[in-house]
Design a protein around this ligand. Structure first.
Ligand code: KG4
Ligand code: ZN
Length: 359
């Protein structure tokens, strides 16, 4: 079964074609990062307008690169939740229109669940050259989902049959990366910038706190972000009233990379401690990481060093937002669920994954 995936929940307009939930035929992503970087974060109105400009050419290109006509497409999968309302509407309206016009079954999928399915793509067309895992993960599967707006540990017993073990009680880890990067004067998005800067820094120079919580599977990242702010103010001889946006002018390059490394050290430790705890309790057959922060090289290294099973990571290009993961998940939906009428589909900007387990 060949699924066209469409994704527009945040700042990437994406379309992709995937065969049988595992074989990637095309993967087109148009990023708005350069536009939003000027403002230091995603501006929802600009995001929606940019999606409108990009959506048709991106879908057209995904079909062309997959060498497909509409006759070759068996279903359409689209992100309908969660995300920015105006942005989600652009992708879903395109998907609804195409499903109605071309008479294709339509599967609305959850973006965060979709991230996990990047790990199920193990084959690709000859014209692509991603470093894909050699086989699909087995169930039970433990998934550490770490994006700009979500941080959670989920235990999958099967496709659609999962349990939320824990989640962040405040900021997502990607959000903390982006805020710490702003304090240190690194450009948006902060994750890749901190991941690179940390390579040159000393992770032990600044001792940052790890939140103590009652559940071993919950996270909290807002305290560490404030701890970076206070330590940076102290480092440059200012008190807590000194504005965070002026700190980077006073920090030298060594302090900046040391803060990046110290923050990343404690963020990784928080995530890996919880994952290791869940691994020991639930003894899953496989462990996967998903979401933009899963692109972090140091998170991958820390996790592999701590867990006693080989972990095959999805390529970086499929960790950040893309439509291949949406098309892959759409295939599994199609095996077990009825399609949605293109005339009824509504977006849901805020929807926890716990509400979407479909078995
Ligand atoms: O999954 P994603 O592309 O969008 C959301 O669904 O939120 O995640 C974006 C987040 C941003 O916070 C970005 O800073 C972070 O992923 N990110 C990284 C890396 N690449 C992207 N964080 C750490 N290391 C990276 N290499
Ligand atoms: Zn995402």
């Amino acid at each position: 079964m060949r699924v066209l995936g469409i994704e527009s929940s945040c700042d990437e307009t994406a379309a992709a074609v995937v065969d049988d939930g595992r074989r990637l035929l095309s993967n087109v992503v148009v990023s708005q990062i350069d536009i939003h970087a000027e403002y230091g974060g995603v501006v929802p109105e600009i995001s929606a307008r940019s999606h409108i400009e990009a959506i048709n050419p991106v879908i057209h290109q995904a079909l062309a690169e997959a060498a497909c006509t509409w006759n070759d497409i068996d279903a359409i999968a689209v992100t309908y939740a969660p995300g920015l309302i105006g942005s989600l509407m652009v992708g879903t309206l395109a998907a609804r229109t195409l499903a109605a016009l071309k008479n294709k079954p339509l599967y609305p999928v959850h973006h965060v669940e979709g991230h996990v399915y990047a790990n199920f793509i193990t084959e690709q067309a000859d014209h692509l050259s991603l470093a894909l895992p050699s086989k699909q993960p087995e169930f039970p599967m433990l998934a550490l989902i770490v994006s700009g707006s979500h941080s959670q540990l989920v235990l999958f017993k099967d496709h659609g049959d999962y349990e939320l073990l824990g989640q962040t009680l405040d900021d997502a880890v990607g959000e903390a990366y982006d805020k710490v990067a702003k304090i240190l004067g690194y450009p948006y998005p902060g994750g890749p910038a901190i991941d690179n800067a940390a390579l040159q820094g000393d992770p032990r120079r600044y001792e940052l706190p790890k939140a103590k919580l009652s559940s071993p599977y919950n996270f909290s990242f807002s305290g560490v972000k404030t701890a970076v702010l206070r330590a940076a103010q102290h480092e440059v001889g200012k008190d807590f009233t000194f504005p965070s946006h002026r700190l980077s002018e006073l920090l030298n390059d060594t302090q900046r990379v040391d803060f990046a490394a110290s923050f990343q050290y404690i963020a990784n430790k928080t995530l890996v401690d919880a994952t290791e705890h869940a691994f020991n309790e639930f003894t899953p057959q496989s462990v996967v990481i998903a979401g933009g922060v899963a692109a972090s090289r140091s998170l991958r290294q820390s996790l592999s060093a701590r867990l006693p099973l080989p972990i095959e990571y999805a390529p970086m290009q499929l960790c950040t937002d893309n439509a291949a993961m949406i098309a892959a998940l759409g295939y599994y939906y199609a095996q077990k669920k009825q399609p949605t009428s293109p005339f009824d589909l509504e977006v849901v900007p805020s929807l926890s994954m716990t509400k979407t387990a479909w078995i």
